[in-house]
Design a protein around this ligand. Structure first.
Ligand code: TRP
Length: 344
């Protein structure tokens, strides 16, 4: 592996991230990803895409895929991403991603991919029946990022290893093709409130769209009654809210509810505890339900409005894809030249 410091890359700071278009988004995606994107768009040039090339690494019903892509785009916009500020686009509308991914498939080493824990988890007992795409998924992710020379990548904890791989690919490319500092070595942005929202049924499991229990998560399109009910039924232990942050240790469900309340209100856990410490969850839960309905209700409403007529979303995605292609083209052209392709 090559040694290169990020300092060697002298280009501008740029944010890039994406969410897969497979299944409904939930509170974890909202706090862990969407809210972060909306903040970052005002700090750096921001590219946010719908990772539909990644979605098809597992079977996706063709008749549903475009609607799922629109739904993610609707969530981006409803959460506050401004298409005039951030570039919002579907990955598959920018074929440069796939082309760069191929080149990176020839840069990345089998040994590097063999270490990827997410592949092991997703392929489970059936490695030999997984798609080849699922295996090279992190290479495509590196291409997503480096195609725009992104320097900052807001992602969940589970993506840290893919970011490390992205840096290894960037470093090896820069080294092998005698192009020091050509690709940046991007950083993951993981911290922040709401970085990890856990299941409402099990404080040790991440809130996930693949959890068979719908009561384990709050979906962005849930209506107010559903949100309130799920919070009311959320698992807790019999003790009251602790009086100190340390008191949350070893109480994953209590910690999760306090954390969600904090993230939704922009407060710290300590502030939440100052307000609710010593009181029962019978007091915290209705307050949390009110806050959740207040914050998420309008997001779901805006998503439903956007989804009811795809014209607006489609025009955002089309304009975003054009902007993305314009940004990607010179990077890919330079990459092709470095590799030595005919005509490049
Ligand atoms: N793998 C990411 C996830 O599951 C989604 C993704 C694909 C992504 N390409 C990306 C995230 C590039 C950040 C940057 O969350």
């Amino acid at each position: 592996m090559t040694e290169e410091t990020p300092a060697q890359y002298a280009g501008p700071k740029r944010v890039l991230s994406g969410v897969q278009s497979s299944g409904a988004l939930h509170l974890g995606n909202y706090l862990g990803a969407l809210v972060k994107f909306t903040r970052l768009q005002h700090e750096m040039d921001t590219f946010i895409f719908v990772a539909d090339l990644h979605s098809i690494t597992a079977w996706q019903e063709p008749a549903l895929l475009a609607a799922q892509t629109r739904e993610i785009a609707a969530a981006y916009i409803a959460a506050g991403l401004d298409p005039k500020v951030a570039t919002i686009f579907p990955q598959s509308a920018v074929p440069e991603h796939a082309e760069l991914a191929w080149i990176f498939n020839c840069v990345a080493r089998l040994g590097w991919l063999d270490r990827m824990t997410q592949f092991k988890e997703k392929s489970g007992q059936h490695k030999e029946r997984s798609s080849v795409g699922l295996y090279t998924y992190p290479v495509l992710q590196a291409a997503d990022i480096l195609l725009y020379k992104a320097t900052h990548v807001p992602v969940g904890e589970d993506q840290k290893q893919h970011l490390e791989l992205t840096r290894d690919i960037a470093g090896k490319f820069n080294h092998d093709f005698d192009a020091p500092g050509f690709f940046p070595l991007p950083e993951s942005l993981i911290q922040g409130p709401g970085a990890r929202v856990m299941s409402l049924r099990d404080g040790l499991a991440k809130m996930s769209k693949s959890d068979p229990s719908d009561a384990s998560r709050i979906n962005l399109m849930d209506d107010a009654d559903t949100i309130a009910n799920k919070i009311k039924r959320a698992k807790t232990d019999p003790l009251p809210v602790p009086e100190t942050v340390e008191g949350l240790e070893g109480r994953p469900e209590a910690d999760n509810l306090v954390g969600i309340y904090a993230a939704l209100t922009g407060a710290t856990k300590a502030e939440v505890i100052a307000e609710f410490g010593g009181k029962g969850f019978g007091t915290l839960k209705p307050a949390l339900a009110a806050v959740a309905v207040d914050k998420l209700g309008p997001v779901g409403g805006e998503m439903r409005r956007l989804m009811s007529d795809p014209t607006e979303i489609d025009s955002v995605l089309k304009a975003g894809a054009e902007k993305a292609r314009a940004a990607a083209a010179p990077v890919l052209a330079e990459t092709r030249k470095r590799v030595g392709f005919w005509g490049a």
